[in-house]
Design a protein around this ligand. Structure first.
Ligand code: ZN
Length: 299
């Protein structure tokens, strides 16, 4: 090895390591300094790197994987409801508690692998949410949300959204516009993203995924009958950015209204959340059982 090559390796290898570490936002432990040394590069300022969350449940990778996405987080609280005592109920807290309850229920029953897009109160770009499901090769993606009806405190009930270019109603279109706005609230700007959100084209390759998504939405409605309160015509569709994974069946479960007393009572108590978790877990099990039956060579 020539002296010049050796010199090149000495310079390039540490540079590549540092660069790689910066790209993944690594923290390097430096015990002698009494703290961890966090690498900060100007290059990574634009947007936090996508971090893949841990997968809980069976270690067998052939087991189905569901990714649960707690809507909003960080600077974006989502919908906010206020009770007579002036207490505020934030969607981002409700969705996280519900996501954790569903994860715990699925793990308790066993047989299904589970990952959460976020397990704490953090900013997560909209585009990262379905991308996490794709990279983990998830079999199902559920984004959990709650809605607001503004001054109209009587509006209550859950609904289930699937992806479509055209909204199923004006209300669905307004809902999608609010949800697609989450990045702006979090101060995230991504070039080209807003244009992509406004025109989500459902291609032929997505048809099969979409059919599965719609079937799963139907299962949530069926399993929730008598156990959960739904809005009239709870199955809806809209151009929701979070449902864009072309190869992972995806639904957005809108759990209820933070502006309604009864919904709020269900969504902010452990007993209420357990009801939601039981319904969603049943729907997930039936969905995977059906898929096994129709899979080639399965039986
Ligand atoms: Zn939301």
């Amino acid at each position: 090895m020539s002296y010049r090559t050796l010199l090149l390796i000495l310079v390039l290898v540490p540079a590549a390591l540092l660069g790689g570490a910066a790209a993944f936002g690594l923290t390097i432990p430096v015990p002698q300094w009494g703290r961890d040394y966090v690498l900060r590069f100007v290059l990574e300022e634009r947007q936090a790197p996508l971090e893949l969350p841990p997968v809980a449940g069976p270690s067998d990778p052939s087991r189905p994987l569901v990714v649960i996405d707690a809507g909003h987080g960080g600077r974006d609280p989502g919908a906010i409801g206020t009770d007579d005592a002036g207490r505020r109920f934030r969607e981002k807290d409700i969705t996280l508690a519900l996501a954790l309850a569903l994860r715990d229920e699925l793990l308790r029953q066993g047989g299904i692998r589970v990952a959460l897009t976020r397990a704490d109160d953090r900013i997560l770009p909209l585009a990262h949410r379905p991308e996490i499901a794709r990279r983990l090769e998830a079999d199902l993606f559920i984004s959990v949300h709650a809605d607001s009806a503004g001054e109209n405190a009587d509006v209550a009930g859950a609904s289930i959204y699937t992806l479509s270019d055209e909204a199923s109603s004006e209300a669905a279109a307004r809902f999608a516009a609010r949800e697609n706005d989450a990045d702006r609230l979090n101060g995230i700007t991504i070039d080209g993203e807003s244009a992509a959100v406004s025109a989500i084209l459902v291609g032929l390759s997505q048809q099969r995924t979409l059919e599965e998504s719609i079937a799963f939405a139907g299962l949530i409605e069926r399993e929730g009958e008598g156990a959960l309160a739904f809005v009239p015509q709870p199955r809806r569709s809209a151009a929701l950015a979070v449902l864009r994974a072309p190869d992972v069946p995806s639904v957005l479960f809108e759990s209820g209204f933070v502006t309604n007393l009864t919904d709020r009572a269900r969504l902010t108590t452990a007993e209420g959340r357990a009801q939601y978790a039981a319904v969603l877990a049943r729907a997930i099990r039936v969905h995977f059982a059906r898929r096994r039956e129709t899979a080639p060579g399965g039986g």
